[in-house]
Write a protein that binds this ligand. Sequence first.
Ligand code: NAD
Length: 341
Amino acid sequence: MSERAVRVGAVGFGYWGPNLVRNLDRLGDADLVAACDASEGNRAKLAAAYPDVAVHGDLADMLAAHELDAVVIATSAPTHYALARQVLEAGLHCFVEKPLTLTSADALELVKLAEERGVVLMVGHLMVYHSAVEFIKRTIDSGELGDVLYLYAQRLNLGKVRTEENAFWSLAPHDVSVALYLLGETPDSVSASGAAYLNEGVDDTVFANLHFPSGKMVNIHVSWLDPHKVRKFTIVGTKKMLVFDDMQATEKVWIYDKGVVPKQALSYGEDLTLRFGDINVPFLKMGEPLAAEVQHFLDCCRTGATPRSSGRDGLAVVRILEAVDESIRANGAPSPISLEG
Ligand SMILES: NC(=O)c1ccc[n+]([C@@H]2O[C@H](COP(=O)([O-])OP(=O)(O)OC[C@H]3O[C@@H](n4cnc5c(N)ncnc54)[C@H](O)[C@@H]3O)[C@@H](O)[C@H]2O)c1
């Protein structure tokens, strides 16, 4: 694609869509041509906020009326597959909010379709565009933490209680995508426990363990029935340990020079010693993760590069979400994960 702005259409102007549209409107690399929403009320809000943008009630109408390069989709998860399919079949680059689809079979179809058409498929795994996560990735890759042994993530709050999806599908795509990005590895099985206290069949609280071929382990605890508002990752390496607390306004990342090291010893029980060193709280320049995410999509549309949160990454996350559901239904029995195709 030439250096001209990417001509974009947006689908969905509910709770999250306006954030995407705001960024598309202000980023110079995007030409926000049109937008659509099925709700008349949301179309009225769209028209009032963006008088220069053509407003439609339906994706097919929007595609027929404009020469677009790309479409971003921020509708509810059950609609993602059909809408993304329409966009890819039209030969356009496509951004889909998380989760990519509700089944891994659907996600794989979208991935293959994008590959066949030679267009970009990107999924909105917002956290991998967070400055702190980018910093942590560089820290891990530099070897500063040593080998990562395990990490755990907590995403807890009281509300927002949903009925159409359980807490893991609603909250954990962020944590799963960050874990896969940081470790550069896909788990081969998961085991999980969950419980539905508020609405029958909809788990409010889930504890999931992801097991990796390398022996690394990831634990993810999500809940919308919890007294604390917590968004935290703890990463334990052989040399150092790192905590990312996203509830902190500024000091989000803490690196602890702590560990357990072997010592020269004669007898069993005296062969390990604890090491306590400095705590480093690096200064991190924070940008809006969503602006970075949208800019990355535009860059990929222009260059054809594979996005950091590609369709295949979206597929891996959906497969893990499915496997967590399977394991919960099997009372915590491990559910294997394979990502063929
Ligand atoms: N990245 C994040 O941090 C983040 C945060 C919140 C939501 N999301 C994701 O954004 C997506 C939307 O969530 P939301 O909370 O905004 O939902 P929402 O229900 O508030 O809004 C969805 C909008 O899409 C419209 N819509 C639905 N079907 C449509 C169709 N076929 N054609 C055109 N318009 C249609 C609805 O009228 C509504 O206005 C979900 O995938 C959600 O997971 C991401």
